[in-house]
Design a protein around this ligand. Sequence first.
Ligand SMILES: Cc1cc2nc3c(=O)[nH]c(=O)nc-3n(C[C@H](O)[C@H](O)[C@H](O)COP(=O)(O)OP(=O)(O)OC[C@H]3O[C@@H](n4cnc5c(N)ncnc54)[C@H](O)[C@@H]3O)c2cc1C
Length: 414
Amino acid sequence: MPKDVKVIIVGAGLSGLALAQCLRAHSLSNPGCSLTYELYERDEGITSRAQGWTLSLLECLPGFSGNFPPDMPPLDASVSATRPACFNSEGRIFNEEGKPVMTAGGVAQGEPGYFLRADRQALREWLGHKLNIQWNKVFESYTETASGVHVRFTDGTTASGDVLVAADGASSRVRAQLLGVEDSKQTMPPIALIIGDVKLNKEQTERQLALSKAWWLYNASPPKPKLFVGVRSLQVAADSIIEGGLFFWFLMWPDTDVPQQGKKHWLQGASREEQISKARDLAKELPELLREVVDASEASGVVLPAVQFKEFTPPEKLPRGRVTLLGDAAHAMTPFRGQGANTAFLGVWDLTDALFKVETGDIETLEDALKHYEVEMLPRGRKNMVAAQGAFTKDAKSYAKDMAERYGRDSQDK
Ligand SMILES: Cc1cc2nc3c(=O)[nH]c(=O)nc-3n(C[C@H](O)[C@H](O)[C@H](O)COP(=O)(O)OP(=O)(O)OC[C@H]3O[C@@H](n4cnc5c(N)ncnc54)[C@H](O)[C@@H]3O)c2cc1C
């Protein structure tokens, strides 16, 4: 590497934080190394914005131990959605008749098929461990010169470095400048969605945990509604008895009205009462035990504003220069295969590897390193985005088979 290289990262979400950790790990194990980072985030702090629900970490897991600093707190105990009970994360898929057709995980760390159901907020805090994050920095624009890349924030301050990594999420402003506003646009899949949070008592929680320990999906074939339910947190007494829990649910159904440009879908303006009434109505089609979370929900638990899924398909290649995309900024996908963050982290491991290779001389220039990274990241992002898209419309049997393959388990829905 010809000189010291500074990586400017915009966005301290999952992928931006993970990249910064990899660079911190590198400087810890190589004192005096030439790679440094500066991390800029629009939020006021790590807990200032609600982070949403929970997510499953699977393919990306080995990379944490390989790339992160040795001084990180233990991952599972820090972020597991079922802490402090910390069950082995387990997911289950039920078919239209309410019969279980696939079980994911439920095995201990290190065993085949293991995955980790992580609380998003706890994961973000864990990823931010010992990082220097510059808060309240909203990216506005960048310019590239022969000597570097210069970033401007909305507060009028600037930052300069050798590479700009856009980790600013699905609606990336850096991407809009890199690709142009038209080519950077997201699309909305034709899926309507109502989200609810619900606090359950001891008996209700026990029934949910008997269905599955971390998440379950009622997966009727389209056009019937699907219901995804997950544990947000458990209330555990000192003697380890579970006294209740906070759960979330996503009720989803195909709806071609959703993506119509310029036309507001009715859910966007619907009140909590209207949404819970629609949800209860749709849930009537489900077996009684599986609709308990919706039946037990109050209107106050409905999440507003209504969420719409968004997608962004990565282009074949990015304009070559000093700017690249990472995570959802590069490939935003629907959550039907639980793969967005996994794909983002795999990109982090690849980008880290490419940057280190410039330092060791295995890759000649920074531009070559970005190319090297994008050759892996862009096709993987496209493939996973398309797979997630197809997962919603798949018939229930093929979906169970697909997920069983992904989780290394058997599908009982032969
Ligand atoms: C409902 C749902 C469930 C999901 N479940 C799973 C799952 O089970 N498994 C899985 O792998 N993935 C899942 N995902 C996907 C996963 O959440 C995303 O892929 C992941 O968060 C992407 O990380 P990221 O760092 O690229 O973006 P983000 O986590 O969105 O972070 C982007 C960061 O950039 C900041 N930012 C944005 N604009 C600016 C700006 N102009 N200036 C400065 N900072 C800015 C934001 O504040 C944010 O902190 C799910 C997604 C959803 C919506």
